[in-house]
Design a protein around this ligand. Structure first.
Ligand code: ADP
Ligand code: MG
Length: 259
């Protein structure tokens, strides 16, 4: 297995921050790693183009790709003779909320999906909920307004803010019921080839349940506890584009190299 990390073409020897320590650590454990120019999604003439040996499986660790760019990325890996660990379909399954939602519906806040550019106000008003947690299929809103709206009008404002700050809504809009999570209770677990890994010694039952329902080579599961002490899925993510969060570098890379 080889791992690809993103870099700036003007600094072709160093991965983008914050991936340097991981890039160094995996190589110390004997896993080859290469750099590629992330911003050159056409994989044209920009250097460096990643070194990949024919027949190697290839994993990625870095910035998020949208679905189209991930497809192009894996096409590129295949053209160089590599075998992507995560197919575009597997990537989409965990990266886009609307894809994994139905398999885990009772374990995560109730969610309604709105088509991009549809009549948001009408659809959100029809829900008649007390509050609305708004995100696109990938990320919440991180500006001062946050992601929680108390009225449908505020919800539409958040959708517009997401579009404005990020340039596009990825996939569509997800409107989620607001649940009361205990502050600081969220933990990230990883699943590799059906095996769950924990940042501490324990693997909660809810993580084992997700592992049985979601089949993808490498993904993350974020679990928070409600004020009543019930464990809930906050979100899944593709493992390649998930931050390590509370994981120590050592613990994370020793999990990675077991692939
Ligand atoms: N339905 C919800 N109700 C209340 N808080 C939520 C809800 N969904 C997410 N959150 C809180 O907002 C944070 C960000 O939401 P998340 O879905 O993880 O988006 P992001 O992709 O931006 O991390 C979570 O870590 C959690 O604390
Ligand atoms: Mg999150």
């Amino acid at each position: 297995m080889r791992i690809l990390y993103p870099c700036n073409p003007l600094e072709p020897k160093e991965p983008d921050q914050p991936f340097t320590d991981e890039f160094v650590a995996v190589q110390k454990l004997g896993i080859p790693a290469s750099l590629f120019a992330y911003d050159d999604l056409s994989f044209g003439d920009f250097k460096p183009r990643p070194h990949i040996q024919s027949g190697e499986t290839v994993l990625y660790r870095g910035w998020m790709f949208n679905i189209i760019a991930y497809q192009e990325f894996t096409d590129f890996i295949r053209k160089k003779g590599g075998i992507p660990v995560t197919s575009p379909a597997d990537y989409t399954l965990c990266h886009h909320l609307n894809q994994w939602y139905s398999a885990c519906a009772e374990l995560t806040p109730e969610t309604v999906f709105l088509e991009k550019g549809s009549n948001y106000l009408e659809q959100i008003s029809n829900l008649n909920w007390d509050a609305y947690f708004i995100k696109d299929f990938v990320k919440s809103n991180t500006d001062a307004q946050g992601s929680i709206a108390n009225t449908p009008e505020q919800a539409v404002k958040i959708i517009n803010l997401i579009e404005q700050y990020r340039g596009e809504l990825e996939g569509g809009v997800a409107v989620r019921r607001v649940e009361q999570f205990q502050p600081q209770s969220e933990l990230r677990y990883f699943v590799i080839n059906g095996n769950a890994y924990s940042p501490n010694a324990e693997i909660p039952t809810i993580v084992k349940t997700v592992t049985q329902r979601i089949e993808a080579p490498f993904y993350s599961i974020d679990i928070a506890k409600t004020t009543e002490g019930i464990e809930r899925i906050v979100e899944l993510g593709d493992g390649q584009v998930s931050e390590r969060k509370t994981w120590s570098l050592d613990r994370f890379v020793s999990m990675l190299v077991q692939q």
